[in-house]
Design a protein around this ligand. Structure first.
Ligand code: PAF
Length: 278
């Protein structure tokens, strides 16, 4: 695996032959099994696999966890190499946002609600860095995780609206045994919080069971989500909604939730028309 830190070195390592399919997995590092599954999916479908490792300051708001976001490049390098990544792109902030940088891209409506409302500017940062990565790497396919469902919808819309010609693949959420969705931020949880964090997937499972039992009223399904999260004393519910997976408009069968467990903000989602095992 080659590790490159500049746009020029990346282009030299990947080449420019459009006949060679390149798969890109954009990441912020702190790899877990969810990332590794995306690397393997990219490996299976492309001749060249590029992973980017860049903790993108533009998608963090002041007061969020940019400074303490988990970083362990040596560990990430070893894991990416094992999972079949050919080129690991690890740019500096200056390489991605050189002095004078002033061009931003915004996916307007999709970025407004839920995560966009809780974290204003977040999706502008995500969309801009993804557009830059697509333009630097020129991938045929790019791989994202379903855990960030709204991000996946934003990126798909970005690609469609700007005719970027990148196929967006969305890998399933990888969960711990008790249902907790894997996230690089799970390392912030202390043991009591870690236990309480399973309340997010418990809530989704309860709602999927209600759906399987015939409940279709989004208000009542939402109430099932809320009840389960309110029953957990360490969970502070931010939102629970049922939305359409593509537009993020209400109502739909994708249940999306965000809650703080202690100081850690977690998100999760599940399509209620599919049972959630556990
Ligand atoms: O999901 C992430 O890790 C980030 O939002 C992404 C897509 C790598 C953009 O910085």
């Amino acid at each position: 695996m080659r590790i490159v830190r500049t746009v020029a070195a990346l282009r030299e390592a990947v080449g420019t032959d459009p006949a060679v399919p390149v798969g890109l997995v954009p990441t912020m590092g702190a790899f877990h099994a969810g990332h590794l599954a995306l690397f393997r999916a990219a490996r299976a479908e492309n001749d060249v696999v590029v992973a980017s490792l860049f903790v993108n300051p533009a998608q963090f708001r002041p007061g969020e966890d940019l400074a303490r976001y988990p970083r362990d490049e040596a560990r990430d390098e070893a894991l990416a190499d094992e999972a079949g990544v050919d080129v690991l792109f690890v740019p500096s902030v200056d390489e991605m946002y050189p002095p004078g940088f002033q061009t931003w891209v915004e996916v307007e409506e999709l970025s407004r609600g839920l995560e966009g409302a809780a974290r204003p500017g977040h999706f502008r940062g995500v969309a801009t860095v993804c557009l830059k990565l697509f333009s630097i790497v020129r991938p045929r396919r790019a791989y994202f995780g379903q855990k960030d469902a709204q991000q996946a919808a934003v990126v798909k819309r970005l690609v469609r609206d700007l005719d970027l010609g990148v196929e967006i693949r969305v890998g399933p959420i990888v969960r711990e045994e008790d249902g907790l969705a894997l996230s690089s931020r799970n390392v912030y949880l202390d043991p009591a919080e870690r236990k309480a964090a399973a309340s997010l997937s418990d809530a989704l499972r309860d709602a999927a069971r209600a759906y399987a039992a015939g409940e279709r009223d989004p208000v009542r399904l939402r109430a099932v989500l809320v009840a389960r999260l309110r029953a957990e004393p360490l969970a502070d519910l931010e939102y629970a909604e049922l939305v359409d997976a593509a537009t993020f408009e209400k109502p739909g069968t994708l249940a999306v939730i965000a809650a703080r467990i202690g100081k850690t903000r977690l998100i999760d989602n599940h399509d209620l028309s599919i049972p959630l095992p556990g």
